[in-house]
Design a protein around this ligand. Sequence first.
Ligand SMILES: NC(=O)c1ccc[n+]([C@@H]2O[C@H](COP(=O)([O-])OP(=O)(O)OC[C@H]3O[C@@H](n4cnc5c(N)ncnc54)[C@H](O)[C@@H]3O)[C@@H](O)[C@H]2O)c1
Length: 356
Amino acid sequence: MTNQDNVLFVDTIQHVREAIAEHAAAHSRLFVLCDENTLDHCFPLLANDSEELQNAEILVIEAGEGSKNWEIAHHLFAQLLEFEADKQALIINLGGGVVTDLGGWIAANYKRGIDWINIPTTVMAMIDASIGGKCGIDLMHHKNMVGVIAFPVQTIVCPEFLDTLDPIEILSGQAEMLKHALLRSRNDFDNVCNAIANDATPDMEAIIASASVKLEIVKQDAFETNERKTLNLGHTVGHALESYFISIDKGIPHGIAVAAGIAIETPISSAYHMLSADDSQWITEQCIGLFDLDSYQWPSFDILVPYLMNDKKNSGGKINLALLSDFGDCLASFPVELEHLTEAYETFLHRIKNEA
Ligand SMILES: NC(=O)c1ccc[n+]([C@@H]2O[C@H](COP(=O)([O-])OP(=O)(O)OC[C@H]3O[C@@H](n4cnc5c(N)ncnc54)[C@H](O)[C@@H]3O)[C@@H](O)[C@H]2O)c1
């Protein structure tokens, strides 16, 4: 197992097949983890003309965040055992962030770790989830509570898979692109906003640019001691919202929850005199407008409190946020009082009501 990212960007599925053939030659057996949608839309593209994949065992999970749980993980471990997968087996995670998070964790733990590769099929997974080694499952609706940081032998990114992706899932991935852009520059932020406003599916150039932001940060701080915490921008409230939607069995695309998280957390930066009020207003307006945040039924703040109090970044009873101090400049961990979050959330709800 490696301890950093090895990402290959390719422009045709044929190149993905060639990379798989090389990995297959170095492993005893192939297992492909798909969800029901990637089994229908992505696996046939890959398996066509690939002897290695036609002989692979296919493991299938239901699509959606609900599969990132212990019961499904247990079932997958049991399937590997029943198939007598040995230490030289290779798991190919073919899917979005749910498949790469879950499949990475299964591979990192089965028989104390076997090799895996990620083949991301959503924008979210191409620019974010399949990079950086974080993998795991949710626990009692709390996001990503059980997991590890461990790296696949390779991540192979091919934007051709995006042709069949639903527009709301493209938009969801663009929320993380927007976050990466905020960590880079005002110019990058405006470019991503324009691409979203024009309904443009991210191309290879945009995907590489966004993935590079994460790759650079992870390279400096793989195990999140400091710099990597900036990637949590918008995620404290975003994860609490997502957890709430999982708990009511509705779900919300991860990126939409993150966009709401950015819209709610950003004004806290200006309340603490870090980010100008104008910049804060602009970022918040863009998130609300571009991601149609007024079309969701957001919960009352008290429902979010248990999730916020269990956030992985908390310390000494304090909730720590990654907060922007400027475009391209972010404080990795800033302790805030619950009252500040309450106020920011109420302001967001009020604003949404006025825009609806
Ligand atoms: N590990 C990390 O660093 C990291 C970073 C960001 C997000 N995540 C996690 O990623 C998950 C969200 O990932 P996601 O947004 O990719 O969601 P997802 O994996 O649920 O995929 C979204 C939907 O798109 C479908 N789909 C995937 N590829 C398709 C394709 N090519 N054509 C048609 N349909 C396709 C899936 O079946 C699913 O219904 C969350 O669990 C989040 O916590 C992890």
